[in-house]
Design a protein around this ligand. Structure first.
Ligand SMILES: CCCCCCCCCCCCC/C=C/C(=O)SCCNC(=O)CCNC(=O)[C@H](O)C(C)(C)COP(=O)(O)OP(=O)(O)OC[C@H]1O[C@@H](n2cnc3c(N)ncnc32)[C@H](O)[C@@H]1OP(=O)(O)O
Length: 249
């Protein structure tokens, strides 16, 4: 049966409970951490909104996705790299997310931005790049506005609903875009031998970026379900009020 929260009616008792919980959380967090997180989340929401508007404008003006990545790359690199702070937030304990979960999420994005899309120019116009860019952008606008409004104690229900429902589709779409982009990069990486270290050399080490990419793609198989099921547990906890015990902390 749908809870009162889920159907949007949100009873007075649960509202009062949420209010108390939010105030308690803020008190536990301290004003410096609350102020910083509020600033951080507002900045990130704005950054991803700018990106969304730039992508929409580009597509409306040019009518093609070709050249889209090049036109938005600076903003994307800046805000996605800024997300490294999410790992720091977990490490210093100002957000309750597991370092492991945030680490896998953020590092895979940084990897996609810097070591794939930025470094391998011939793949920048692939449709798959648009796929993950759109999935990331919608997700991040929703996620950071969710955190911002939660911290300000004025969380509209539709943002909460969007935060814990959009990912059901956007996560697989984003991951498909990422995997297809890495796949498209493989021939170029093999041909150029980029980022690879060949023997003999004075350190006697070798590294093949092509095989590294194959291993990275394979690592999505065990890692992505962990993130997806983590989000499904968060969804049950927040939208259905279930008490969840996380094992990965
Ligand atoms: C070197 C190469 C490495 C390669 C590795 C390859 C393998 C990779 C495999 C997986 C690849 C994934 C790629 C990703 C693709 C995409 O993103 S596609 C687009 C769709 N994506 C999503 O939907 C992303 C979903 N992910 C997330 O939301 C997070 O990143 C998360 C870390 C996975 C989950 O977040 P979590 O914090 O656990 O959940 P929440 O419910 O949002 O928050 C929990 C509590 O924490 C508070 N909180 C968190 N952050 C903040 C913040 N910035 N400010 C304030 N508060 C925050 C939040 O309010 C919650 O509080 P409580 O309700 O009190 O618990």
């Amino acid at each position: 049966m749908a809870s009162s929260e889920e159907d949007g009616t949100n009873g007075g008792a649960s509202e009062a409970g949420e209010e108390r919980e939010a105030t308690g959380k803020r008190r536990r967090l301290g004003w410096v951490a609350t102020a910083w997180l509020t600033f951080y989340n507002i900045a990130m929401t704005a950054g991803w909104l700018v990106l969304a508007i730039a992508m929409a404008r580009f597509y409306m003006e040019k009518g093609t996705h070709k050249g889209l990545y090049k036109s938005i790359q600076k903003t994307l690199k800046f805000f996605q790299t800024f997300a490294v702070l999410e790992i720091v937030h977990c490490l210093i304990g100002i957000v309750p997310t597991s370092v492991l979960v945030a680490g896998v999420q953020v590092s895979s994005r940084i990897f996609m931005v810097w070591l794939i899309t930025h470094s391998i120019k011939p793949i920048q116009n692939e449709e798959s790049v648009v796929l993950f860019l759109v999935a990331w952008t919608v997700t991040e606008i929703t996620r950071y506005s969710f955190y911002t409004f939660s911290l300000l104690d004025h969380l509209p229900y539709f943002i909460k609903w969007a935060r814990y429902n959009f990912f059901i589709i956007l996560y697989p779409v984003g991951v498909a875009g990422e995997l297809l982009t890495i796949y498209a990069a493989l021939p170029y990486v093999k041909k150029t031998g980029m980022f690879s270290i060949r023997l003999p050399n004075k350190y006697n080490v070798s590294f093949d970026y092509y095989y590294f990419l194959l291993i990275t793609m394979a690592s999505y198989i065990p890692l992505f379900p962990q993130l997806y099921f983590h989000m499904l547990r968060q969804r049950r906890r927040v939208l259905h009020g279930e008490v969840i015990v996380e094992k990965d902390d």
